[in-house]
Design a protein around this ligand. Structure first.
Ligand SMILES: NC(=O)c1ccc[n+]([C@@H]2O[C@H](COP(=O)([O-])OP(=O)(O)OC[C@H]3O[C@@H](n4cnc5c(N)ncnc54)[C@H](O)[C@@H]3O)[C@@H](O)[C@H]2O)c1
Length: 261
């Protein structure tokens, strides 16, 4: 119960890591959860299931495209109106499309930059407007190990995530005088996530010229601890950073990648 009574907003919460974070935050005692995504039906089901399992936690389904300035501002207004305040933002919504530089279309480039970087900027900016008068708050971006080291045939994703580190470090300084901490968490490969299961195993089989069934072992072999990253691995660090135990930590980016650089 390390987040007892807290109000949190999680983007990209309809599936994958965002959904896992939402469950974990409810389990850790959050009093209110604002959940956003563009997949509104799935999001609604996640919010309803959490509400049933954790009746003490108000789980709101607030569909929102993080690229849209007006939608993000309206979502924060709804959080203020319905939950009264905002203690924690987890900017988790993210997308990836793997392609070699000369095959990366401008459209694919812009999509990844807009969701992964501009989306984070808009959510952090609007959340900070609510947090500043409170004199307290936590912003956590779900980044990637590709935000700290270049990634083969992933230039747009890596550029968007590198940008997220610069944004994290900079706004940590802007917001420190208001008691708001900003950090990034950089997971390794969540091999059981929909991102991998639905797209990356196929994209990476193409990228490395390997059969799809060989990809999992190929990626596990690059990790000193010998396995893929799990939702729990990431949630453990996010909960710590969101809690008061991390009250002297801001402007940092931490890998959760089993030793993989
Ligand atoms: N899966 C991995 O291996 C991995 C590794 C490192 C970092 N990450 C990061 O973790 C985060 C979550 O990834 P995941 O694996 O759960 O992926 P996912 O694709 O399962 O989930 C991402 C969610 O974001 C939502 N989303 C996409 N565009 C959006 C938009 N414009 N506005 C609002 N929501 C939008 C999607 O609908 C989806 O529900 C991402 O930021 C990703 O970059 C993932």
């Amino acid at each position: 119960m390390r987040l007892q009574g807290q109000i949190a907003w999680i983007t990209g919460a309809a599936q994958g890591l965002g959904e896992a974070l939402a469950y974990r935050f409810a389990q850790e005692g959050c009093a209110g959860l604002a959940l956003s995504d563009i997949q509104s039906e799935k999001l609604d089901a996640v919010a309803a299931a959490i509400q049933r399992q954790y009746p003490a936690c108000s789980a709101l389904c607030l569909p929102c495209d993080v690229r849209c300035e007006d939608a993000v501002a309206q979502t924060v207004q709804r959080i203020a109106h319905q939950l009264g305040r905002l203690d924690i933002l987890v900017a988790n919504a993210g997308v990836i499309h793997s392609a070699e530089l000369t095959e990366m279309s401008l459209e694919q480039w812009q999509w990844q930059l807009e969701v992964n970087l501009t989306g984070y900027f808009l959510c952090a900016r609007e959340a900070a407007k609510l947090m500043k008068p409170q004199g307290k708050g936590v912003i956590i971006q779900i980044n990637s190990k590709s935000g700290l080291k270049g990634s083969y045939k992933n230039c747009a994703y890596a550029a968007s995530k590198f940008g997220g580190i610069g944004l994290t470090q900079s706004i940590a300084m802007d917001l420190a005088p208001y008691g708001i901490r900003v950090n990034a968490v950089c997971p390794g490969n969540l091999l059981d996530s929909p991102m991998w299961q639905e797209t990356l195993f196929t994209q990476y089989a193409h990228k490395w010229g390997l059969p799809e069934e060989a990809i999992r072992r190929y990626y596990e072999a690059q990790v000193p601890l010998g396995r893929g990253c799990t939702y729990d691995d990431v949630c453990n660090l996010v909960v710590f950073l969101a809690s008061d135990e991390a009250s002297y930590i801001t402007g940092e980016a931490y890998r959760v990648a089993g030793g993989q650089l």
